[in-house]
Design a protein. Structure first.
Lengths: 401, 257
């Protein structure tokens, strides 16, 4: 067993960290206050190649492995959570699904421009009345000759108003069992009948884009269907295996940011004639953050390693996501406590960390869903069925040629 | 056009330095490419891109210096070479300049040798001028822009205290670059892959065909600056105007203005 990251991993990590420190951190508070996504974020991430980091070079990506994706997400969320959200939806929930399930034509047509950053991508699963209960969705896709006609509304969709492509899951067979009647579609968001918009007044992720996609008689050609008809639920769940991985890695970055801010402040702030880091109850908070960071990191890196090996990792990714997001909420909350009254103000970053951290505990499977999954695995009630298309194992030669 | 760019591996500027038993210690702080040298690499790459040139990165140091070279490779340098020899462990700027000049000669055909304006560890800023002196080339220091460059000459804009000064020189020449030149690019992902796989050749003094140059300066004693007792006071008020007025009063009372 080798816990060391490769030189390549370390260099990517440093490069993304520098980008975040130089270009994002100085302005992020301002955009968070404005409740807008800074317009430079997506084009800059595209220009730097981040939007295609772990997609094979032949499909326009940078050809790095899945661990690199995790490291990138950790660095991005150490700056601000909405940056990592970009990777969750564009890469984890959409581009990796195309890599896993797409035909060669679909990879050329949709994945390649996404990996090059020429097109942005999002994922439409959640609806106003269907979150954890995915199979309860109302959106429909009716076959009409060589086309499908989509109707319905998707809600809480990150990058809804920024993306060019969305992976939409809708019901194609109302008579089938709820899980069996769903199908997935790659939908260009400039198609007639589509309306998108942003949701405002969010607790956190204020410098990010979260919105809705409304579809009224949207015609999509059959060749835009991802996978077979009726495979939508399986595809959606496999997307979550990848999206949750990015969330886990990002939450780890948020813990690190909370820890770093707390350590810095503990050295700077004095009370009773000594720096507050000297007090045992402050030390306890720091110690827990270290524990949470190291544990979360090991969990997501293990999931990343399994992805590299081509091993099914639904269980491990769920555990990493559950633990890291819960821990990030705790760490951010305790970071505010370390900062005292100043932590309660947006003069310091830690209050933003707390507001941002709550989202991760809810989306891509609430903590409660992950607890049910983990108990299900432990009790033997839950087993992962083999998929027709598994996420391909990382093969450096194939990825880089 | 062939451009040699010199990079140095130094402790991170955020490192907390201490002096232990006459040796500067930076704890477990990471070593990074000298920030000024990133500007030098950027300048070299821009010139190479514009004039169909090639950039060769060179560093003097131990194995750790390979990281600075890999950073330069990841930014886009075509090649990287480490100059390392136990006899150079305590080389000063004058000795290093002789080594740099020998490396430039060994590369052969170099039109421009480019440095950052100084290194953040020793902070002497002597290497560019001394290297130029050894080579017998013009030294164009503190370069903020290069308005023109052709096969035989170069015109540069120098950032000096009095303002900007435009000077011309003949090639080959040695330049030192300041941060006004351009913000250094990040390493590209493809560059990172190339750099991580690169085998970096090491030249010894023997490879350069020189013996260990004498150092003119030795460090007789090193001591950390005495810690300053700093007190801080948070200025508060009902609004920005009130805070500013209080702050101005404090500054005047302290005799700062």
């Amino acid at each position: 067993m080798d816990f060391r990251l490769s030189e390549e991993h370390l260099m990517v990590q440093k490069m993304v960290r520098d980008f975040v420190q130089k270009e994002v951190k100085p302005v992020i508070q301002e955009w968070d206050r404005k409740q807008e996504m800074a317009p430079f974020i997506l084009p800059r991430m595209a220009e730097l190649g981040i939007l295609g980091i772990n997609i094979p070079v032949r499909y326009g990506g940078q050809g790095f492995d899945y661990i690199t994706l995790g490291l990138v997400c950790e660095e991005l969320e150490a700056g601000d959570s909405p940056l990592r959200v970009v990777m969750s939806v564009h890469m984890g929930l959409n581009s990796m699904a195309l890599l896993q399930w797409g035909t060669e034509e679909q990879k050329q047509k949709f994945l390649t421009p996404q990996a090059k950053g020429e097109k942005y991508a999002c994922f439409g699963l959640t609806e106003p009345g269907a979150g954890s209960d995915v199979a309860g969705m109302k959106a429909t896709a009716r076959r009409d000759g060589d086309e499908y006609v989509l109707n319905g509304e998707k809600m809480w969709i990150s990058l809804a108003s920024k993306a060019h492509h969305a992976l939409i899951v809708a019901r194609t067979n109302p008579d089938a069992e709820p899980h069996d009647g769903l199908s997935a579609f790659i939908v260009e968001l400039d198609r007639k009948g589509i309306t998108t918009g942003d949701i405002h007044g969010k607790l956190g992720m204020r410098a990010g884009s979260t919105g809705y996609i409304a579809m009224q008689d949207v015609r999509v050609p059959v060749e835009n269907r991802l996978g077979e008809e009726g495979e939508g639920f399986k595809i959606a769940m496999s997307c979550l295996d990848n999206g949750r991985y990015t969330v886990a890695a990002g939450a780890t970055g948020l813990i690190r940011a909370s820890l770093d801010a707390s350590v810095k402040y503990s050295h700077e702030r004095k009370a009773f004639n000594k720096e507050i880091g000297q007090f045992q109850l402050v030390q306890q908070k720091i110690a827990y953050m270290v524990q949470q960071y190291e544990t979360s990191r090991l969990l997501y890196l293990k999931a990343g390693w399994m992805k590299n090996q081509g091993e099914r990792n639904t269980r491990e990714t769920s555990l990493a996501k559950w633990y890291a997001t819960d821990a990030s909420f705790d760490a951010a909350s305790e970071a505010i406590q370390v900062h005292g009254a100043y932590g309660y103000s947006d003069e310091y970053d830690v209050e933003r960390y707390l507001r941002n951290s709550k989202g991760g505990v809810i989306y891509e499977g609430t903590s409660e869903i992950h607890q049910l999954m983990q108990a299900g695995y432990a009790l033997g009630y839950r087993k992962d069925a083999e998929l027709r298309c598994e996420l391909p194992a990382y093969d450096a030669e194939f990825w880089q040629s | 056009m062939k451009i040699a760019v010199f990079v140095k591996q130094v402790p991170d500027s955020a490192a907390k330095l201490s002096v232990d038993n006459g040796t500067v210690n930076w704890g477990d702080a990471p070593l990074v490419i000298n920030p000024w040298d990133e500007y030098a690499v950027e300048a070299a790459l821009q010139l190479a891109e514009k004039h169909n040139g090639e950039v060769a990165a060179i560093s003097l140091g131990d194995e750790n210096a390979k990281e600075a070279l890999k950073h330069a490779l990841a930014m886009g340098a075509a090649s990287a070479t480490l100059v390392s020899d136990p006899a150079l462990a305590k080389a000063d700027a004058a000795a290093a300049a002789r080594v740099f000049a020998a490396a430039v000669q060994k590369l052969g055909g170099v039109d421009l040798a480019i440095f950052g304006k100084q290194a953040i560890d020793s902070d002497t800023g002597l290497a560019p001028a001394m290297t130029a002196r050894v080579l017998g080339w013009p030294a164009l220091s503190m370069v903020a822009a290069i308005p023109s460059l052709d096969a035989g000459s170069i015109k540069v804009e120098r950032a000096i205290e009095e303002g900007r000064q435009i000077v011309e020189g003949k090639l080959p020449a040695v330049l030192s670059i300041v941060k006004d030149f351009a913000e250094p690019r990040y390493p590209s992902f493809m560059g990172i892959r190339k750099a991580s796989k690169a085998e970096i050749p090491v030249w010894s003094l023997g490879d350069l065909g020189i013996s260990a140059p004498d150092s003119k300066v030795s460090w007789a004693e090193i001591s950390a600056p005495p810690a300053r007792d700093v007190t801080s006071e948070m200025v508060t008020g009902a609004n920005a105007d009130e805070i500013a007025a209080k702050l101005a009063d404090l500054i005047i009372a302290e005799g700062v203005l």
